[in-house]
Design a protein around this ligand. Structure first.
Ligand SMILES: Nc1nc2c(c(=O)[nH]1)N[C@H]1C(S)=C(S)[C@@H](COP(=O)(O)OP(=O)(O)OC[C@H]3O[C@@H](n4cnc5c(=O)[nH]c(N)nc54)[C@H](O)[C@@H]3O)O[C@H]1N2
Ligand SMILES: Nc1nc2c(c(=O)[nH]1)N[C@H]1C(S)=C(S)[C@@H](COP(=O)(O)OP(=O)(O)OC[C@H]3O[C@@H](n4cnc5c(=O)[nH]c(N)nc54)[C@H](O)[C@@H]3O)O[C@H]1N2
Ligand SMILES: [Mo]
Length: 766
């Protein structure tokens, strides 16, 4: 038999029709409305059908947007509580196109691998389970029963439950997540890596260590009431567009916004609320009062410089800067931080941050206006080797002025996936706390595994070493979301079995060693009918509000099952119908799952009752009330050295980021509108002076290389785009540049891959 060639794990080139325009300085406006409807139209929806779908999004009786985790305001806009990118997510999910076995008779996995990610995602919704047999290059249909039988047989035959890995992507509902972790732990492992490992894990770890809870402390009302909001390492115009409405409201209440970013992202600079005719006519409002264009990873240096200047100001006017009462009563470690700051060279810090002294002083002036300060952040801070340190330094900065646990002040890690925070609350965690496992034992009567499981990085390493043999994914696209793409592909292809619970085709489905199985499922926007009638699920947003999500649309296919139902079936096959719970009985009515959640997880008492209140309920958050759940009940000041940002001669520091036209690995289109890039994704943004110095012409093709750990990584034929990015820094798109992100370079303490700090060399392609 002819041996199959290697599967193409990298998206093919797509920059034949590249158009480059100057970047925009404002986000949204009418073009965002046009784009929303254009995307719905592309998926087969007429305007009335699009309006019907979008009108249900983020309403109290509707479905939660499957995009980001930004919270819903109390005064929701009837019918229009969505953004352009939420509309794209809805369009992608509710497409009228369907994908069945006939498609897979036409295309082998090798042919599919030649297609772009955009093309794969456009082929429609899965309608039936599919299986790839050993040696075959074509998926074929199988029954659910057969699929579960095979997966169960494989799970039962492993030498140890720790040879199986159960991944979760953060869109999974609370109900599905709770059942999933229960099944996985009853099966016998904590191997529950999730997308959070690659995302806000650094926030969870850094906040947990310092303020005793791995979640942000603020509510949406706090944002509206704040005097100063610092937005660091985040591109809200693209990734959390509804946040701009909240920032605008805060500004109209008198807040000042400071943006800290290597790029002048459109949404940080200005916003035209498309729902406000007055704004559309007047051209909108500015967002950032001050833009600090740091170099990549210059944030610790910036925060430290600010804190040094705060201390200088305090010695000039004692009592004017520090909140001595708060520090004395609620914190530990300030003396050591003060000593550490006294030993810093402020000019060197400012230099390392990449900004001017005048700008830092202007920031200080804004910050010292009030104590109601919020810091918002996302991937620009967490995806660094010092990602945990970045978060802890933000906490230091806030604690000094007592800017936590009072209205209008606190920490705001802005979460990505719509239920990534809820999944963690439900126990999707490779390192569960002892108290959580003890509770599982009390409620369900079995002894859950106590040994830590694999996070994402460890899971890839374990598969490469042959220590893990079955990979099961509850959603997501592990292949392309993970670092070092060829090695992740190699790792997955060493497994005996790959199982993907998915709604749509992605590159991860094209990997194959022995058995690959795709289990299609219902999407969030669709009606989920069980024995007791239509069910809703629940989610937790970025600010700890738990609320319902109810699908209204007819399912993409009558044979589709919900994620909770798929888990229950599998669990029944593997563990037996009543072990440790009556799986199928639970599925009849999701209230039964929620009753178990209420019994197991703190602060979910009377869950079924409280979640039915319109808008849901806020989970208890100690930091919000200055109850710090640390070893001594005090918030901790910490010492976090500023990273050494020197680069080897001729090298650059690369960040990987999202375009305006994608959802993580899902490509909606090729229009990164705000940055002025259309028609291509294999792009590298570079500073004009750097280009001159290197003798590289704009528009030319370059190869990017990285050799971390002695391994040569190449991303070939990227097109150079001159861009207002600091010198020494370059930017590329995720996931095209993931081939360059080293698996072994991750945040200390959280294992979050350092995908915003990849040292690369740039050379003209031959
Ligand atoms: N439409 C849409 N919405 C999304 C997503 C999506 O793909 N599409 N993804 C969702 C998910 S899972 C997540 S986690 C979030 C991600 O939301 P973001 O974190 O906004 O996403 P990124 O594109 O990674 O952007 C990172 C930003 O950080 C900046 N940056 C990079 N390095 C540094 C640094 O060292 N310091 C500072 N200060 N800034 C830096 C970049 O210039 C960029 O503006 O969005 C969520 N929402
Ligand atoms: N270089 C680099 N790498 C990164 C990042 C970066 O900034 N730079 N960001 C990281 C971050 S923040 C994250 S969160 C991860 C994302 O990692 P993942 O969450 O694994 O990736 P997604 O692209 O969000 O997953 C998309 C897939 O989910 C499936 N899906 C969509 N809807 C549903 C549904 O309703 N049910 C089910 N079962 N499946 C569904 C579809 O098959 C789709 O192809 O990537 C990380 N990787
Ligand atoms: Mo994320």
């Amino acid at each position: 038999m002819k041996r199959p060639g290697p599967t193409h794990v990298e998206p093919p080139e797509t920059d034949d029709e590249l158009e480059v325009r100057p970047p925009k300085s404002k986000a949204a406006g009418l073009s965002s409305v046009r784009s929303s409807f254009a995307h719905m139209h592309r998926q087969g929806h007429s305007v009335p059908s699009a309006v019907r779908i979008l009108a249900k999004m983020n309403q109290t009786d509707g479905f939660d947007c499957p995009g980001c985790a930004w919270p819903d305001p109390d005064d929701r806009a009837a019918l229009t509580e969505f953004c352009e990118n939420g509309a794209k997510a809805a369009a992608w999910e509710t497409t009228r196109r369907r994908l069945d076995w006939r498609f897979f008779q036409r295309y082998s996995i090798d042919e599919l691998a030649q297609k772009s990610d955009y093309w794969l995602g456009q082929q429609g919704r899965f309608t039936e389970p599919l299986m790839l047999r050993p040696g075959s290059r074509f998926y074929e249909p199988i029954s659910y029963d057969e699929a579960f039988k095979r997966i169960a047989a494989e799970l039962v035959s492993l030498d140890s439950p720790n040879e199986a890995i159960f991944y979760t992507s953060g869109r999974t509902s609370n109900e599905a997540a709770f059942l999933y972790q229960l099944f996985v732990r009853a099966y016998g492992t904590n191997n529950l890596p999730d997308c959070s490992n690659m995302c806000h894990e650094s926030s969870g770890v850094g906040l947990g260590q310092t303020v005793g809870i791995g979640k942000g402390s603020v509510t949406l009302d706090d944002i509206h009431q704040a005097d100063t909001i610092i937005v660091m390492g985040q591109n809200p115009g693209t990734n959390h567009p509804r946040m701009l409405t909240a920032l605008q409201k805060a500004k109209s209440n008198g807040a000042k916004v400071i943006a800290v970013n290597p790029l002048p992202e459109a949404g940080l600079m200005g916003f035209v609320n498309p729902k406000s005719p007055a704004q559309v006519l007047s051209g909108g409002t500015p967002i950032a009062d001050l833009f600090l264009q740091v170099q990549i990873n210059g944030d610790v240096a910036l925060l430290k410089a600010l804190m040094c200047l705060m201390l200088e100001e305090e010695s000039r006017a004692p009592g004017s800067v520090l909140d001595e009462d708060f520090i004395g009563l609620h914190t530990e470690g300030f003396a050591a931080l003060r000593e550490h700051l006294a030993a810093q060279d402020v000019d060197a810090l400012i230099d390392s941050a990449g900004v001017s002294r005048a700008e830092v002083e202007e920031a200080l002036h804004i910050i010292l206006r009030s104590r109601k300060t919020i810091v918002c952040w996302a991937m620009g801070l967490t995806q660094h080797k010092n990602g945990v340190g970045n978060v802890r330094e933000i906490v230091n900065f806030l604690l000094m002025r007592g800017s936590i646990g009072i209205p209008g002040a606190g920490t705001c890690p802005v979460r990505g996936h719509s239920n990534v925070q809820g999944d963690r609350t439900m126990g999707i965690h490779d390192r569960p706390k002892k108290a959580f496992l003890d509770r599982i034992q009390e409620v369900f009567g079995f002894d859950p595994p106590r040994q830590h499981g694999f996070n994402t990085v460890e899971a890839i390493q374990a598969m490469l070493e042959g220590k893990a043999k079955l990979f099961f994914a509850m959603g997501g696209n592990f292949l392309q979301a993970s670092p070092d793409t060829p090695r992740t592909a190699q790792a997955l292809q060493k497994c005996e079995m790959l199982v993907h619970v998915s709604t749509k085709l992605n590159r991860g489905h094209l990997l194959h060693n022995k058995w690959s199985i795709i289990l299609p499922c219902l999407a969030r926007s669709e009606v989920d009918t069980q024995a007791y009638g239509e069910q809703f699920v629940t989610v937790e947003n970025s600010m700890g509000v738990v609320h319902t999500s109810q699908g209204h649309l007819k399912p993409a296919h009558e044979g589709l099952y919900s994620e909770p139902a798929l888990i229950a079936w599998l669990a029944e096959r593997v563990l037996g119908p009543e072990t440790p719970v009556s799986w199928c009985w639970l599925i009849e009515n999701y209230d039964r799952i929620r009753d178990l959640i209420a019994e197991t997880i703190p602060h979910f008492e009377r869950f079924n009752e409280r979640v039915r209140e319109p808008g849901g309920f806020h989970l208890y958050n100690g930091a919000r009330q200055r109850e710090f759940n640390t070893h001594n009940g005090k918030a901790q000041f910490t010492l976090n050295p500023a990273p050494d940002l020197s680069l080897p001669g001729g090298a650059f520091r690369m960040m990987t980021m999202r375009t305006h036209d994608q959802y993580n690995t899902t490509v909606y289109g090729n229009d990164d509108r705000y940055r002025g890039i259309k028609g291509g994704r294999r792009i590298v943004f570079m500073n004009e002076e750097d280009l001159l110095e290197a003798g590289i012409a704009p528009g030319s093709k370059v190869d990017l290389t990285n050799d971390f750990g002695g391994k040569e990584r190449v991303a070939a034929r990227f097109t150079v785009v001159p861009y207002p990015i600091p010198r020494g820094c370059v930017g590329t798109y995720f996931p095209e540049a993931n081939v360059l992100v080293p698996l072994e370079k991750f945040a200390e303490g959280s294992f979050t891959p350092a995908s915003k700090d990849v040292v690369v060399r740039v050379a003209r392609s031959d």
